[in-house]
Design a protein around this ligand. Structure first.
Ligand SMILES: *[C@@H]1O[C@H](CO)[C@@H](O)[C@H](O)[C@H]1NC(C)=O
Length: 260
């Protein structure tokens, strides 16, 4: 990982492989269940068969997050850069009617309904922002992104964009335009842009100390690029992360960052 190009490739490959590795264990919200699965596994990544309670796909395939990143990567490569019209078409082709994401049970699912007795479904899981994207596209809207969904999709798919545009003045603009295709909500956007800023540091400069601090400093500047109203909240959040860096993951997640 000596050069910017190697680290850019590493960011894409790393994010893709990590997504596939985690897929069989993601969305297991019952800690007891998760604990009992991983207790018997020396290496829980790429678990087989998948223990995902909502949907079953073959281990090794990407989740609905990795598939979005893949579509972005493919579009960037085919168009030699970000082309929003092309990206919209490819997103529709990956997630729309007739695809592995097209499932009657999934269609009926409302956010936060939880696992039903008839789950897991056989096939990929189409999540909230993608459902809104499809609806908006079919309604002929220009703004295809979900207005409400503020989940983590934005952050999970920035790698190909950062890899291509790292170090260029337009990087955040490209990330913002791409993210708005499926998520047009403040939180999703602010978190996605913050993730892109952090990843860009690692792509440009490799592993080094002080990356989070550098990004926080940048985000406090009045003349920063692509400002959002939530940037100061993101900075406070990052500070909390730094303050709790020495803590145990589960302890910190369930106490410091718990919304309950
Ligand atoms: C998924 O496939 C398995 C094996 O064919 C079957 O037993 C199960 O009922 C299917 N699940 C759904 C939700 O259709």
């Amino acid at each position: 990982m000596a050069t910017v190009a190697e680290r850019a490739v590493g960011a894409i490959v790393g994010a893709t492989v990590a997504d596939a590795a985690a897929q069989p264990l993601h969305w297991i919200y019952k800690l007891q269940t998760l604990d009992s699965i991983i207790a018997s596994e020396e290496a829980p990544e790429f678990g087989q068969p998948s223990a995902n309670p909502f949907y079953r796909i073959e281990t090794g395939r990407n989740s609905c997050y990795g598939d979005q990143a893949y579509v972005i990567l493919e579009s960037l490569a085919e168009c030699q850069g970000l082309d929003i019209a092309d990206l919209k078409q490819r997103m529709y082709r990956m997630f729309g009617p007739g695809t592995d994401y097209d499932d009657a049970q999934n269609l009926e699912y409302k956010p936060h309904e939880g696992v039903k007795a008839s789950y897991p479904i056989n096939g990929s899981w189409r999540q909230a922002s993608i459902k809104d994207f499809l609806k908006n596209t079919e309604a002929g809207k220009d703004d295809t992104g979900s207005e409400e969904d503020d989940q983590v999709d934005g952050a999970t798919k920035v790698a190909p964009l950062v890899a291509l545009y790292a170090g260029q003045p337009c990087m955040l603009e490209k990330v913002e335009d791409a993210l708005r295709v499926t998520q047009n909500s403040d939180t999703a956007l602010a978190a996605g842009l913050t993730t892109a800023r952090i990843l860009e540091q690692f792509v440009l400069y490799g592993k080094r100390d002080g990356v989070i601090e550098t990004v926080m400093e940048e985000m406090r500047k009045p003349d920063r690029k692509n400002p959002t109203d939530l940037d100061q909240a993101m900075v406070s959040f990052l500070q909390k992360v730094l303050d709790n860096r020495g803590g145990q993951h589960r302890e910190v997640v369930t106490t410091v960052f718990s919304q309950d």
